[in-house]
Design a protein around this ligand. Structure first.
Ligand code: ATP
Length: 136
């Protein structure tokens, strides 16, 4: 099966580096899919789940906002944060969700409101991506 080189970076680490058969990521206009040989493009990625297909198997990861540089043979994703489902601390995400909802309920500045909205979005994505992980 044909593949492209996929690199996913955050400021903290190289989250993923390897061959992938496809990548699907969220944008404000809906899901965006990349296959090998895609035309060159830079696309803004919104918070949500990345879906990466490697050797015929699809894995999900929680992603915060960032951007994706697409070339026919390589794709680079640069994000603030990324986590595999098994690395997500659900209690932390639940607490972040509650704290963000509490901030949204109070009167605050536009900036605080925007920060709380984005904190809420990150927490909801983490909870959704981690929901099927079976803990030992
Ligand atoms: P929160 O307020 O939800 O705890 P935060 O705003 O402090 O999150 P981020 O800026 O979104 O955190 O991320 C900071 C670092 O912590 C990143 O490396 C991110 O991958 C990690 N991280 C944040 N929340 C979680 C979580 N629930 N489980 C695992 N890692 C997390």
């Amino acid at each position: 099966m044909s593949a492209f080189r996929l690199t996913i970076l955050t400021p903290e680490r190289e989250f993923f580096e390897g061959e992938a058969e496809s990548l699907v990521f969220p944008t404000v206009d809906g899901s965006y899919g990349v296959l090998p040989g895609h035309q060159p493009e830079v696309v803004i990625l919104s918070e949500g789940a990345l879906r990466i297909t490697i050797d015929g198997k699809t894995r999900e990861a929680a992603a915060s906002d960032g951007f994706v540089t697409i070339l026919p043979e390589s794709v680079t994703v640069i994000l603030q944060t990324a986590e595999w489902p098994e690395d997500i601390d659900r209690r932390r995400a639940e607490e972040a969700r509650r704290a963000a909802e509490e901030t949204l309920r109070q009167r605050q500045s536009q900036r605080e409101y925007a920060l709380a909205k984005s904190m809420l979005a990150r927490a909801m994505v983490r909870l959704r991506v981690a929901k099927d992980v079976v803990r030992q």
